[in-house]
Ligand binder design. Structure first.
Ligand code: BJ8
Length: 441
């Protein structure tokens, strides 16, 4: 409680200091204050009450506290210096090209119930909360990142997203990349041409020519961040896991906002600490605690509901087969391209290694889930899809069958960002964990 109060005071001080910056960004400062006021309580409950957190989490806690203030100030300084600020919504967006232009790439998916009603006013209610929330952030003018971007890069993944870009384009210029839904040669050629088109757009909008040297730097920077996230994933394979699923999720959510070089450095230093903990057998949860792999839709900031329920029920989440988990770092871009042409091809080829449910068939995802369950020694898998997400909900059947074929227990859950179903979810999670405990005994 004392730490939570400190956080509350810290946020209030931050808010006073940055009101002017937010006003200049055209934000609704009063509504934004109301949005921020819920953060200390939620953050205190989900994160600060965990025992034995790694010391290195202090950087990420602070990053969250200062996300809308200091981080936005940094981004605005970049913008003033002429560097483009680009919003993205998907791990297929070629961030390498934004970084190559010296620009800032920010992930803008929404994970807050607070903005869902506003999104519903221009969209339909029967739509995944991630989309409704992200649009709500823009309409309510309470996301400084959204206010700061020069343009957005959307993609044709699910139907909900691709129709939303047309609406969002009324508010912010939104480029749409056509992501194919199969991975044949013809699809690869289409995606490569889309990557080339985005390179031209980034050049045109930033006034920077993306030569091979610049693109190489963009690739290295994005790859280094992926490597650090993969290193974090590796530490979680230990029993006891040296870090909770909640903390690992928070780190990945923040990867979409932070300066990539600083983020990578801080995460590698946290991993140094975690590797020492692994060597000493120190854990965020007791050795032998039920180990859960989460698989399904991404969990954008500040959606922590599932992780909180699972871990307060006594289990530990050891990996997420999601885009706020392993799909974020899946597939390094090859660094051997010497010409711009080769580099763009390498960037495009990464799409074959990321297995989103928007693809059909998507058997590689089944292979991924089974491999992750094996590598993390998961006792069970929770397959989670956001309400109205058809691709992930429907693919759940194939994933479930594949896991059951290997004798791995699966619990399928569907939910949204509200707290209404928390009691019901808790009951189902507890019953699942009891069943796992019975099997282990
Ligand atoms: S690569 S998962 S980040 S598309 S949850 S909006 S799919 S209805 S977010 Fe995603 Fe890229 Fe795929 Fe990853 Fe639609 Fe489903 Fe909503 Fe989703």
């Amino acid at each position: 409680m004392a730490t939570e109060n400190l956080l509350r005071k810290g946020l209030a001080k931050v808010a006073d200091e940055y009101h002017e910056m937010w006003r200049e960004l055209g934000m609704d400062v009063e509504k934004h204050d109301a949005f921020l006021s819920a953060l200390p309580g939620a953050f205190g409950e989900v994160f600060l009450q965990q025992p034995n957190r790694p010391a290195g989490m202090a950087y990420f806690d602070n990053l969250l506290r200062e996300a809308h203030s200091r981080r936005v100030k940094e981004i605005l300084e970049e913008k003033k210096a002429g560097h483009p600020v680009v919003g993205t919504f998907c791990v297929y967006a070629p961030e390498e090209l934004v970084l190559a232009a010296g620009g800032v790439s920010v992930g803008l998916c929404g994970g807050a119930q607070f903005t869902v009603p506003a999104g519903e006013q221009v969209l339909t209610r029967n739509l995944c909360p991630l989309i409704k929330s992200l649009v709500g952030f823009k309409l309510e003018r309470i996301c400084p990142f959204f206010q700061a971007v020069d343009f957005l890069i959307g993609e044709t993944t699910c139907d909900g997203k691709k129709k939303t870009w047309e609406i969002l384009n009324e508010y912010v210029p939104t480029l749409v990349m056509e992501l194919p839904q199969r991975k044949e040669a013809v699809d690869g050629a289409l995606w490569e041409s889309e990557v080339r088109r985005i390179k031209d757009e980034v050049e045109r909008r930033s006034g920077v020519t993306l030569d091979a040297e610049r693109i190489a730097r963009g690739i290295e920077s994005a790859n280094a961040r992926r490597a650090a996230l993969e290193r974090l994933y590796h530490t979680r394979r230990a029993d006891p896991a040296p870090i909770s699923g909640r903390d690992a999720l928070l780190i990945t959510q923040l990867a979409f906002f932070d300066d990539p070089e600083r983020f990578t450095r801080e995460l590698n230093s946290l991993c140094d600490e975690l590797e020492v903990r692994v060597a000493k057998g120190e854990g965020a949860a007791p050795r032998g605690a039920p180990r859960i792999l989460v698989s399904g839709t991404p969990m954008a900031l500040p959606f922590w509901k599932l992780h909180h329920l699972v871990e307060t029920a006594g289990a530990v989440i050891v990996a997420e087969e999601t885009c706020t988990g392993t799909r974020y770092f899946a597939g390094m871009v090859a660094e051997d391209g010497r010409t711009v042409d080769e580099q763009l091809r390498n960037i495009a080829q990464r799409f074959t290694k990321v297995n989103c449910a928007c693809f059909t068939p998507n058997s590689e995802r089944l292979t991924d889930v089974l491999r992750l369950a094996r590598e993390t020694k998961a006792d069970g898998v929770i397959y989670f899809s956001l309400q109205f997400c058809q691709p992930f909900a429907l693919e759940g059947r194939r994933v479930e069958k594949a896991l059951e074929g290997e004798g791995i227990p699966v619990l399928r859950l569907e939910s949204d960002y509200s707290a209404e179903d928390s009691g019901q979810l808790k009951t189902r999670i507890e019953a699942f964990l009891e069943m796992i405990a019975g099997q282990k005994a």
